[in-house]
Design a protein around this ligand. Structure first.
Ligand code: EPU
Length: 427
């Protein structure tokens, strides 16, 4: 098992390009199940989650092939509709094969993905959505079994709003099913995240008829078939945000290119409130934080265009370097604070209670071995290691490899001392 050795204390400097988006690519891959034609996605990041979904799609009769940064998805002509538990349990996003399988074959059997370190993570909104489109949904032996009426899903009125706003993958899932429905569907309370807008653009280019992308109401006129999906996946707003926070907290000077600037509005505004000097263009951002003193704006994570939950842990690492007490409220996953205890091992002063954290700063962090609990928590620990005195060893970086492409190489190219090594001590 690999770990990262990070020696802190070097301000990041230089220029780096943002990779393709993990959460943008996953639904596009699942959407390739909707078509009888081949799909090709370009600029796909080399990530563990992408490979896991590719394996799952192959098991469902969609042959996948990586050629450099392109992913080809070629239908084998077999109408397989039972997703194997061994693959689904590895990644929650696997649930988004439910909608396309149901729409194309009339059946889908997908094991319940289960909880994860972010909390219980139900899929009730996905299932309610499929029922509203006319499917029969049963739960048995840990599996969801969804069946369309003879002749296909009729389509219908769907409400996707849950206790914490909409659901991103739930919106993708129901939208994909509605694409091939017999009639019109209206999805209310839909997620407005950029990843949904990208999915809609790709589907419409392939012949789907979907209106309202980027708003909470989507109108879908079902079509009999769509072509293969083709195009470039967009840059990853969460990788971009992570790199900007790394540049800021090391008081570095970094230009980020191929940067999805409009999608980062909430982060960029909050960085400016915190006193981080920034310049931005249409697709680049420059942080020049040499000698900056950081303030402590309140962070409240929320659905897009609010501050993203996937950048909460990284902000917590940043907040250890800000003056005073930073309040962080988690509005999407109230239990997403496992990174706090590990940051405390590095010397951070953090209290967590009732879905909020208070970070008292600035603190001089000092290197130590720490355990990554999930993808974004791992990134936060690496960021903290970049400013800690001495050596931080971040264990279980397989979490990080799920969603960051060669982060150690990107940070090293900016002058950081980050090395991937085999963890001799074990997990
Ligand atoms: N929820 C329900 N019922 C449902 C679905 C969701 O109550 O049926 C709740 C969740 O428990 C949560 C909230 O609704 O409180 C939002 O969850 P959502 O369904 O939007 O999350 P997701 O679609 O499963 C995606 C990203 C996550 C990201 C969230 C929120 C992918 C593959 N995953 O998950 O990304 O945190 O949206 O923005 O797109 C990550 O990349 O590290 C990651 C966890």
């Amino acid at each position: 098992m690999d770990c990262f050795e990070v020696i802190g204390g070097t301000p990041l400097q230089g220029e780096v390009e943002v990779a393709g988006s993990k959460n943008g690519t996953l639904p596009l891959m699942a959407a390739a199940l909707l078509s009888n034609e081949s799909s090709q996605l370009d600029g796909v990041p080399a990530l563990r989650d992408i490979h896991t979904l590719a394996e799952l799609l192959s098991s469902l009769g969609l042959n996948t092939r990586f050629v450099a940064q392109s992913l080809q998805l070629v239908p084998s002509g077999q109408d397989l509709w039972q997703a194997p538990y061994d693959l689904v349990r590895r990644m929650r996003a696997s649930v988004c094969v439910l909608g396309p399988l149901l729409a194309r074959t009339g059946h889908a059997s997908v094991p319940l993905p289960g909880g994860c370190v972010l909390g219980v993570r139900p899929i009730d909104l996905h299932l309610r959505g499929m029922e509203s489109l006319g499917a029969k949904v049963d739960l048995a032996e840990g599996c969801v079994l969804a069946t369309a009426p003879k002749g296909g899903l009729p389509g219908g009125e769907v409400d996707l709003s849950g206790p914490r706003g909409s659901t991103v993958l739930g919106t993708a899932n129901v939208l994909m099913a509605a694409t091939l429905a017999k009639g019109e569907s209206v999805l209310r309370g839909a997620a407005c995240e950029p990843e949904i807008v990208v999915l809609i653009d790709f589907l419409n280019s392939a012949g789907a008829q979907i209106e309202g992308g980027g708003t909470a109401t989507l109108r879908v006129q079902g079509v009999d078939e769509i072509h293969g999906l083709k195009g470039n996946v967009p840059p990853d707003r969460i990788e971009a945000g992570t790199l900007l926070l790394a540049a800021a907290m090391t008081r570095g000077h970094v230009k980020l290119t191929r940067c999805p600037v409009p999608q980062l509005q909430a982060l960029l505004d909050t960085l400016e409130l915190a006193g981080v000097p920034l310049e931005r263009g249409s697709d680049w951002v420059r942080v020049h934080a040499e000698g900056a003193i950081f303030r402590n704006p309140v962070i409240q994570t929320a659905p897009y265009p609010g501050y993203p939950t996937d950048l909460q842990a990284q902000w917590m690492a940043f907040a250890t370097q800000a003056e005073g007490t930073t309040l962080i409220r988690e509005g999407i996953y109230p239990e997403r604070f496992l990174h706090a205890a590990e940051l405390v091992r590095l010397g951070a002063q953090i209290e967590v209670s009732d879905g909020s954290a208070r970070v008292h700063g600035p603190t001089r962090l000092s290197g130590a071995p720490v355990l990554a609990s999930d993808l974004r928590a791992s990134a936060a620990l690496v960021l903290a290691g970049l400013v800690a005195e001495g050596k931080t060893v971040v264990k279980r970086v397989y979490h990080l490899d799920r969603g960051y492409e060669r982060l150690e190489e990107k940070l090293s190219s900016l002058g950081a001392s980050v090395r991937r090594v085999v963890d001799e001590m074990g997990p």
